[in-house]
Design a protein. Structure first.
Length: 180
């Protein structure tokens, strides 16, 4: 990793505006699109691919081999494991934690302090959580390991998703149940 800030010159594969805050650590083999803004005190692991018009806030910890699609926003204090894919037009709000191998599909919205879990109560590691297109995950929600949430699904605030959800609708509670 190399410390990088707005006063540092370094060869990064990019063509257009790139705005850095202060005291960032950036891994090797990073590809950054045009019009990208990275806040201060952010860490980005090796082999990251960051699309066009992406904003990454302050104090983020981005794992290795991550892909962040065009027009996405990672607000601040976001933590991701390795090998996550964030498709286009995804918004991730403050304080969210994504374990390894999470897929956030196009145009989904993750409210503040959402956590995807990466292991079971039996301490078995499971990755591969998927959150579908146009879905909304409410503030403080928790998603169990290796869960698939389909397209056009709303999970209310502080919900706990402990099994796959495929039918569009609104889900609330602990564990979540469909209400609409």
């Amino acid at each position: 990793m190399e410390r990088l800030n707005e006063n540092t010159e370094r060869k990064i594969k990019t063509k257009y505006l790139l705005k850095f805050g202060y005291n960032n650590l950036i891994g090797k083999n990073i590809r950054i699109g045009k019009n990208v803004s990275i806040g201060s005190f952010t860490i980005i692991g090796d082999n990251a691919i960051i699309g066009d018009n992406v904003t990454i806030g302050n104090y983020c910890e981005i794992g290795k081999n991550i892909i962040i699609g065009n027009d996405s926003i990672l607000q601040g204090r976001i933590r991701t494991g390795n090998d996550c894919t964030i498709e286009e037009k995804v918004t991730i709000k403050y304080g969210t934690i994504l374990t390894s191998g999470v897929l956030l599909k196009k145009n989904c919205f993750i409210a503040p302090n959402v956590i995807t879990l990466g292991s079971t109560h039996e301490r078995i590691t499971k990755h591969g959580t998927v959150i579908g297109e146009n879905s909304y995950i409410g503030a403080g929600s928790k998603i169990a390991a290796d869960i698939k949430i389909g397209n056009d699904i709303v999970v209310g605030a502080i919900g706990f998703v402990n099994k796959d959800i495929s039918v569009p609708g609104i889900y609330v509670g602990v564990p979540v149940k469909k209400i609409k």
